[in-house]
Design a protein around this ligand. Structure first.
Ligand code: APR
Length: 223
């Protein structure tokens, strides 16, 4: 079976990385306009680097959880899996998933705003860092900010359209275009989440509960 999977912050919550819109979520503690928009970065690059340096440190200290591991194991089965994530952490890859499609970029990657070069980000980035390719002091986290175009959207749309099953795991479905992918699905659709998301009605089936419990049992049934 061709399965397209979209994950959100809920799949990394039990690794201690927290989410954005839950109680005490990231956007309850930071103004996303200041730390997750190109305008915010232009105004105060040091604040933005500090924000992502802290998230990068948390990510480096975190470990993949049973949901990440189960999804990596699913790819070992006869099913044709496309794993798309809104998450910028590297826990899917560290759990063993290959070819993870990071539509919102990656914490562990850096981008030069001048020449477009990309490289593995140092743990701590600073506005004075020079791009290793062009030397300009215009480095930024390789993260897709609000108002920017998510990565790999053509490949993502194609994978969702041709999937026999589209599964959204651990996302509030509040942010587009990710939240709209379920409309492209031509096969069955399944939402796995702690609670009904904003787009729950668009899904055929639902499994509610913590990802570390529900995802491994769902994968076990598929295997
Ligand atoms: N298991 C399963 N689901 C969980 C768990 C858990 N342990 N904990 C929380 N959730 C669910 C919440 O119920 C919520 O629906 O995960 C979802 C997290 O929602 P958000 O915090 O909005 O995260 P996400 O949907 O990934 O946000 C999408 O918004 O801020 C931008 O770019 C950022 O990629 C992010 C995008």
């Amino acid at each position: 079976m061709k399965i397209a999977i979209l994950t959100g912050a809920g799949v990394s919550a039990e690794s201690g990385l927290g989410t954005f819109r839950d109680k005490n979520g990231l956007w309850t503690r930071y103004d996303l306009n200041e730390v997750a928009t190109p305008e915010g970065f232009a105004l105060n690059p040091a604040l933005v680097h500090d924000f992502y340096n802290a998230r990068r440190a948390n990510c480096a200290e975190a470990s993949p959880n049973a949901a990440h591991v189960a999804l990596a194991q699913l790819a070992e089965t006869a099913h044709d899996i496309t794993l798309i994530t809104q998450n910028v952490d590297d826990l899917h890859s560290r759990a063993g998933s290959l070819n993870v499609v990071h539509m919102h970029g990656e914490l562990m990657r850096a981008l030069c705003a001048s020449c477009g070069a990309r490289w593995d980000a140092p743990l701590v980035m600073d506005p004075s860092d020079a791009c290793p390719s062009c030397g300009a002091a215009t480095t930024r986290p390789d993260i897709v900010w609000f108002g920017e175009i998510p990565y790999h959207m053509d490949a993502i749309a194609e994978a969702v359209e041709r999937a026999d099953l589209f599964v959204a795991i651990g996302t509030s479905a509040e942010v587009y275009p990710a939240a709209g992918l379920v409309e492209l699905a031509r096969g069955q659709t399944l939402e796995i989440n702690l609670e009904a998301s904003a787009r729950a009605n668009a899904f055929d089936d639902h499994l509610f509960g913590p990802a570390t419990e529900v995802v491994p049992s769902w994968v076990a049934e598929l295997s």
